[in-house]
Design a protein around this ligand. Structure first.
Ligand SMILES: Nc1ncnc2c1ncn2[C@@H]1O[C@H](COP(=O)(O)OP(=O)(O)OP(=O)(O)O)[C@@H](O)[C@H]1O
Ligand SMILES: [Mg+2]
Length: 265
């Protein structure tokens, strides 16, 4: 019997995100080569691959921080049309500020380290146009609470916080506007194993409660296995294998994926 696992989903639901034929080089370095990616609403796409395989570059593309040499990017959202790589800087910034949340590999990229934690989250709401102080305060506090940040530390600047707490502030900032798409770049890397588990639990809870569509990058297969519905394996800028998470972990087809999965077991 032939199983066509993807068929029912594809015919009934349009993808939220589609990237087609994305190429990007930095001088002689090919960071992305003909990358395609599809993410359906409410789903978690995990991207794995060795260091330098292009994972962060791909996530920056999804956050419209980078323009590829060629390729297209569409998001199936109200009032959002066409190839997003063709938008001007202002339109990109507004789209990202209002519809996309990101947690960076390095908290220094995502946070103002000397401003208060609640101020960091409020700033995100300000950029999106919110001006009422009480609403700013309430929404920032709600997002920090949902990220399981200790509310007695609302005024503490990220520079005084542990790595796990800094990731929670980034997460609160990313979800404050209830984004249609949440991008996470190595959200648990560099954290102690016990703290990693707590951040993973928070992400899992957010996913279950809010059904946020997520793309999560990690070189840690355990993280991807815990969170992802669908997995993309990258190597040297190329997607070597993509499929449902269960299938990738139980029956990897590509030699590189087999090596990754078996190294982890
Ligand atoms: N702004 C840039 N300028 C020059 N080269 C870059 C730039 N960004 C990425 N690269 C190169 O592109 C390739 C892919 O980098 P990328 O950061 O996307 O990898 P990664 O998979 O996220 O790696 P890691 O697991 O170490 O975070 C690397 O060879 C990197 O050196
Ligand atoms: Mg990276």
């Amino acid at each position: 019997m032939t199983l066509t696992l993807d068929a029912p989903r594809i015919v009934t639901v349009d993808p939220l995100l589609e990237l087609h034929g994305v190429n990007k080089s930095y001088g002689p370095v090919v960071a992305l080569r003909n990358v395609h990616a599809t993410v359906f609403p409410g789903e978690v796409l995990g991207i794995v691959g060795e260091s330098g395989s292009g994972k962060s570059t791909l996530l920056r593309m999804m956050n419209l921080e980078e323009t590829p040499d060629s390729g297209s990017y569409t998001l199936d959202l109200p009032d959002v049309d066409g190839n997003l790589f063709e938008l001007d800087r202002f339109a990109r910034r507004m789209l990202c500020a209002t519809r996309i949340g990101i947690v960076y590999q390095n908290p220094h990229l995502g946070l103002l380290m000397k401003h208060s934690s609640s101020g960091n989250v409020a700033e995100r709401l300000l950029v999106a146009g919110e001006r009422r102080f009480a609403v700013l305060r309430e929404k920032a506090t709600d997002a920090l609470a949902a990220s399981e940040f200790p509310l007695e530390r609302l005024d503490a600047p990220p520079i005084e916080l542990s790595g796990g707490m800094q990731q929670r502030v980034q997460l609160a900032k990313a979800i404050a506007l209830e984004p249609a798409l949440l991008l996470l770049d190595e959200p648990t890397t560099g954290l102690d194993v016990s703290v990693q588990a707590l951040v993973l639990d928070t992400l899992k809870r957010l996913q279950q409660d809010r059904k946020i569509t997520m793309v999560i990058v990690s070189h840690d297969l355990g993280v991807i296995r815990t969170l992802a519905d669908r997995v993309m394996v990258m190597r040297r800028g190329e997607v070597v294998e993509a499929g449902l998470a269960d299938q990738i972990f139980q029956d990897p087809q590509h030699a590189y994926t087999q090596q990754l999965v078996h190294a982890k077991l």
